[in-house]
Design a protein around this ligand. Structure first.
Ligand code: ADE
Length: 299
């Protein structure tokens, strides 16, 4: 049996959340589709950006059917500012599967959610808990860190099935959605990777590592990007692909735009390769006659 948190600890976490959890607009939604969109967005993008993009995206695509019927280009434009643009295309394809196989209703079943394009174990469980009240634990890096520190006996990397079973066993069955949000908030604001604020943590009375500030606290710590790291990022393919999609988003008229190197540190050949890769992934179309001309994919 995986370890779990005692009922009192769960109550303390929810009381802390009720009194001081983050009030985020997307947390007030009861619409499973809107919740699915917010969880896909929030998984890899900082919350402040999600708060801007989420209402804009839903105003443009208010329903599963509206998103399923949209062109990739329109969805990519609505995804502006979010990064990891392939998520937008996966979300559109997920909407098509929901329309075609689930009568346009986001499924409540975890196995069905996990089959949707771009939806992994974390997002499937977050949607099941938040939108449908399923008593399942959504494990992202924050939750992995919080439970890996709080519960006794975590393997050092708090890996795989141990953490998933522990997370499932820890959920407060009366309020799985709030439980999910609360653990995220503890991870984001209190149980930080470095120098956690154990004194402010609602779990401190039950936490296996609070009394030993050095144990477990290095788990998954990640330094803020230094200027050197930022420069290194600017030289990556992902950065280049993002810049190309940004240019095409801003294109006027019929959208066809000449994309040729250099862009940043990338020369002609690398830029041409990136265009081919973006086309293969379905984000852009390259003009048949003029291979340096591209636009956002229209179908
Ligand atoms: N990141 C992913 N899901 C989140 C949520 N529900 N609240 C805050 N941050 C999140």
């Amino acid at each position: 049996m995986p370890p779990t948190l005692p009922a009192q600890a769960r109550a303390a976490v929810l009381a802390w959340y009720d009194a001081g959890g983050r009030t985020l607009a997307f947390r007030a939604s009861r619409d499973p589709y809107a919740i699915l969109v917010s969880e896909v967005m929030a998984q890899q993008t900082q919350v402040s950006r999600v708060l801007e993009a989420w209402p804009r995206f839903l105003a443009r695509f208010p329903t599963v059917d509206a998103l399923a019927a949209a062109s990739p280009a329109d969805v990519l434009r609505a995804w502006q500012g979010m990064g990891y643009d392939r998520r937008a295309l996966n979300l559109r394809r997920a909407a098509q599967v929901i329309r075609d196989e689930h009568a346009s209703q986001v499924p409540a079943d975890i196995a069905a959610l996990e089959k949707l394009p771009g939806i992994g174990p974390y997002t499937a469980r977050a949607v099941a808990a938040i939108a449908f009240g399923a008593a399942v634990g959504a494990v992202d890096t924050n939750v992995r860190r919080v439970l890996g520190r709080a519960l006794p006996g975590a393997p050092s990397a708090a890996a795989g099935s141990w953490i998933q079973e522990a997370a499932d066993a820890s959920v407060d069955p009366a309020r799985p959605g709030d439980w999910t949000h609360a653990l995220m908030d503890i991870g984001a604001t209190v149980c930080r990777p470095r120098r956690p604020a154990c004194g402010a943590c609602p779990l401190k009375r039950w936490c296996a590592t609070a009394a030993e500030p050095d144990r477990g606290h290095e788990v998954r710590s990640r330094a803020a990007p230094s200027p050197v790291r930022r420069e290194a990022f600017a030289s990556t393919r992902r950065w280049l692909r993002g810049r190309i999609v940004d240019r095409l988003r801003d294109a006027e008229g019929d959208g066809w735009t000449r994309i040729a190197g250099p862009i940043g540190t990338h020369g002609r050949a690398t830029v041409a390769e990136a265009l081919v890769a973006l086309a293969a992934d379905g984000l852009v179309e390259v003009d048949e006659g003029r291979s340096s001309y591209a636009r956002l994919a229209t179908s």
